[in-house]
Ligand binder design. Structure first.
Ligand code: PEP
Length: 247
């Protein structure tokens, strides 16, 4: 598979923000958006019913690894599909940290998504102390090991990876384009050891304080195929200009 087949991809992660007025604004301003990127808005699940996606798709910020059943408060892949979602973020660092999600659980969630035809956007990334200790590759490599243990090559080819250094999330401290490229290249090389074809086709997004003024240089890196956008995805104009930078 040629590198050109990696269509740029931009996903917004609203986290626990937004309301139906913001949904209406996005319906209006993103309607028929012209971009070469696949565009996804991952809003809080209770707002998803308000979207009328035209030129973009919607996704959730998490999903259960279980099927429908006695799991109070959880959302299954069947339920999120019913709500019109084709994508789900899994393993965001806030869930790994705040909800204690392990890499093994994240892998199960990703596998459940793929089995139901939902594309998981799987987040990996290191905290500051790991970067300062020069252990980024070992740390991210372990997060990837869990994926490779649980998902087949075919299943992995239906996923998207988001590299999000935790020290860059919501801090305004973006990784430099070189820092991002270095880890993205590591991730692609890691998957190439599993399957060269998989690695060549896999979309790897960068996330961490992406803004309209830094998106273009980050997305221009050879192994950066787009972005996962937090804060800047809450402003329609900023999000649109980031989507356009992914051309
Ligand atoms: C995120 O939460 O996934 C994220 C990248 O946030 P921000 O863009 O605000 O750093």
């Amino acid at each position: 598979m040629s590198e050109n087949l990696r269509k740029p991809f931009v996903a917004g992660n609203w986290k626990m923000n937004g309301n139906l007025a913001l949904v209406a604004e996005f319906n209006d301003k993103l309607s028929g958006i012209k971009s070469n990127a696949d565009i996804v808005v991952c809003a809080p699940s209770l707002l998803l019913h308000g979207f009328k996606p035209n030129g973009f798709s919607i996704g959730t910020q998490d999903v259960s690894h279980c099927d429908n059943g006695a799991h109070t408060g959880e959302l299954s892949v069947d339920l999120i599909k019913e709500a019109g979602c084709q994508f789900a973020i899994v393993g965001h660092s806030e869930r790994r940290d705040n909800q204690g999600e392990s890499s093994e659980l994240v892998a199960l969630k990703a596998k459940k998504c793929v089995s139901a035809g939902v594309v998981p956007i799987i987040c990996v990334g290191e905290p500051l102390e790991v970067r300062e200790a020069n252990n980024v590759e070992a740390f991210v490599g372990e997060q990837l090991d869990a994926l490779v243990s649980e998902l087949s090559v075919e299943a992995l080819s239906k996923t998207i990876i988001a590299y999000e250094p935790i020290w860059a999330i919501g801090t305004g401290k973006t990784a430099s384009p070189e820092q991002a490229q270095e880890v993205h290249e590591f991730i692609r090389t890691y998957f190439a050891k599993v399957s060269v074809e998989l690695a060549q086709g896999l979309r790897i997004l960068y996330g961490g304080s992406v803004k309209p003024d830094n998106a273009e240089t980050l997305f221009a890196q050879p192994d950066v195929d787009g972005g996962l956008i937090g804060g800047a995805s809450l402003k329609a104009e900023d999000f649109i200009s980031i989507c356009q930078a992914a051309n």
